[in-house]
Design a protein around this ligand. Structure first.
Ligand code: ADP
Ligand code: MG
Length: 306
């Protein structure tokens, strides 16, 4: 059963990563965020110590957390007026965890994922992903960082229609370079998602579930440290969708990849360690979910990363 209210479930402890639950819990997009108090122009007197403590804390979080988002905002301009779609997002995600992001349509889930993955640039705030301050990089550097460490799975698969399944999986491998063995790695990945006999099919010759499995193989091709999936089951029937999420969960455990997935399906969200709920561009709840989380420091008893 999915949780509908913010009252149920256990709150996520800071050590597991967490989010500051803020904004207006009723979640109206029109509801204005509380006015921010401007910081004093100079630090107050015993502040050097305080500043050191804060810097130390940030460094510690960078070292420990896979994602640290602070004060994240995104405002579009619509008809000449500002349209805030994400406000005041503070979020931390522990390595190897599986976080589900839920919320009504238009609540900002896709926008949030785009910012966390560095596909889009925030209006304010910052994202530290796997120790790297994303928006301190140039666009090209960010693209390079993504190619190396980030995987992304879209609701609509986003396969290249003129390439076969195998060629689609080869794209990120070839982009990163790496010489021989790429083809056998791509073949292995497609085998792993059960498409060993569909390697040379074009996307139009594959079912929705098969296309999404190709997209999973492609997203995992470079063994990303973190994988974002935006409603990866949204265009699939329930059974196929459940199989895709089971596969994501398995890859999360086996490859020890941190997984952040947007979903509308509460049964699927319950497979996550943690559920973050958005409404009106704000995080209105952050709770542990059905699956047991890996240990907070990411050093559980499982085998080390290959
Ligand atoms: P969700 O994924 O939760 O359905 P989105 O993140 O896609 O929500 O969108 C959040 C809000 O931002 C919506 O109201 C949407 O209309 C608006 N929005 C998204 N992208 C743009 C854009 N490029 N320009 C203007 N408004 C946008
Ligand atoms: Mg969306």
């Amino acid at each position: 059963m999915g949780r509908e209210s913010t009252g149920e479930g256990r709150a996520v402890s800071p050590a597991d990563g967490g989010a500051r639950v803020g904004c207006d819990a009723t979640g109206g997009a029109e509801a204005l965020a509380p006015a921010r108090v401007a910081p004093p122009p100079f630090p107050p007197v015993p502040a050097p110590l305080q500043a050191v403590k804060t810097r130390h804390e940030l460094r510690r979080k960078r070292d420990v957390m896979m994602i640290v988002a602070q004060g994240l905002e995104k405002t579009y301009t619509s008809g000449g007026r500002p349209l805030p779609v994400l406000r005041d997002i503070d979020l931390e995600v522990a390595p190897e965890s599986f976080v589900a992001v839920v919320g009504p349509s238009g609540s900002g889930k896709t926008t949030l994922l785009g910012l966390l993955a560095g596909l889009d640039v925030p209006s304010a705030g910052r994202v530290v992903l796997d120790g790297q301050d994303l928006f301190a990089l140039t666009e090209d550097e960010r693209a390079g960082f993504r190619a190396e460490r980030v995987g992304f799975v879209f609701q609509t698969f986003h396969l290249l229609p003129t390439l076969t399944a195998l060629e689609n999986v080869l794209v990120p491998l070839e982009l990163r370079g790496g010489g021989r063995g790429l083809r056998s790695r791509a073949t292995e990945l497609l085998d792993h998602v059960g498409l060993g006999d569909r390697m040379h099919h074009y996307p139009a010759q594959l079912s929705g579930g098969e296309q999404q499995r190709v997209a999973l193989a492609r997203a995992f091709a470079n063994q990303p440290r973190i994988l974002f999936a935006d409603e990866p089951t949204g265009n699939l029937d329930q059974e196929t969708g459940a199989a895709i999420v089971a596969m994501l969960g398995e890859l999360n455990r086996e490859a020890r990849t941190t997984l952040v997935m947007v979903t509308h399906d509460h049964a699927l969200a319950e497979r996550a360690h943690r559920i973050v709920r958005l409404a009106g561009g704000c995080i209105v709840a952050d709770e542990e979910a059905g699956a047991p989380a890996p240990s907070a420091d990411g050093t559980d008893s499982a085998a080390p990363r290959p």
